[in-house]
Design a protein around this ligand. Structure first.
Ligand code: UGY
Ligand code: MN
Length: 244
């Protein structure tokens, strides 16, 4: 439908809202029978890249020398490294360290949330290994003792990791208890439901399928609205000194 120039998408200095009506597909180097919707990258001020990869049956991602995190949104994909082989279905996630040779091939039409980031080494801390899990079997804990706001940390808290990826699930009416302002940046993909996101001095209605980038120190708050829970996948840089 023609929207006469209207969209909820917006690109601000310290945040970005990317809604599906504005997605433009591109092919990244090495992709075969696959496309990417790049949501954020250093071109817009972030220190990481996040995209949604859409793969046809047999389609594959190209390589990267950066660390890579995958969250399967739909379909079934095979992840093969030198030493491991895993099949990922919806809700599965995988962490692949920098310089780890690997292939990612779709068994059927699939969609993946992909996060890539240069690794920040820490002296005397070992680099992380390949890690695979499933969101549903990851421990769920209430945020600030609120049972209606559950957080699952998909990556271990170990200082080896320089970023975290969590899911956050809000029962209808649940909200962050404070407006957060912090140095970490976020890449956020709304997986289910919706609500109102405060970003900077703007309040946005958001829904499943939307992507949000929050830059360092972007004031942020979310309240879930609707009759079903709201759930999002959220990246943040983590465990490193601000001057490094
Ligand atoms: O982990 C976080 O900083 C998280 N509570 N932020 C957010 O949901 N916007
Ligand atoms: Mn936050």
């Amino acid at each position: 439908m023609h929207r006469l120039g209207h969209t909820r998408s917006t690109n601000q200095r310290d945040h970005l809202l990317h809604t599906p009506d504005t997605f433009v597909r591109t092919v990244l180097p090495g992709m075969e029978r696959a496309t990417a919707v790049v949501h954020i990258s250093p071109a817009a001020g972030a220190a990481f890249a996040q995209y949604t990869a859409e793969l046809e049956p047999g389609g594959s991602l190209g390589t990267t020398t950066n660390q890579r995190f995958l969250y399967a949104l739909e379909g079934v994909v095979d992840l093969a490294t030198d030493a491991t082989f895993h099949t990922l279905n919806a809700g599965s996630f995988a962490y692949i360290p920098e310089d780890a040779a690997h292939t990612i091939t779709a068994q059927q039409a699939s969609r993946l949330a992909v996060i890539e980031k240069p690794y920040e080494h820490l002296a005397s801390v070992p680099s992380p290994e390949v890690l695979v899990g499933h969101e549903e079997t990851t421990l769920s804990v209430p945020l600030n003792d609120d049972p209606d706001l559950q957080v699952r940390s998909l990556l271990p808290a170990s200082p080896s990791f320089d970023f975290a990826v969590n899911t956050m699930t809000y029962q209808p009416g649940a909200a962050l208890s404070m407006v957060e302002v912090h140095i970490m940046e976020h890449g956020l993909l709304m997986l289910e439901g919706g609500g109102i996101y405060r970003l900077g001095d703007h309040w946005y209605p958001v829904t499943a399928g939307d992507f949000i980038w929050m830059g360092p120190f972007c004031p942020q708050w979310f309240g879930a609205i609707g009759k079903r829970p709201a759930k999002y996948l959220i990246y943040k840089d983590w465990n490193r000194h601000p001057l490094v």
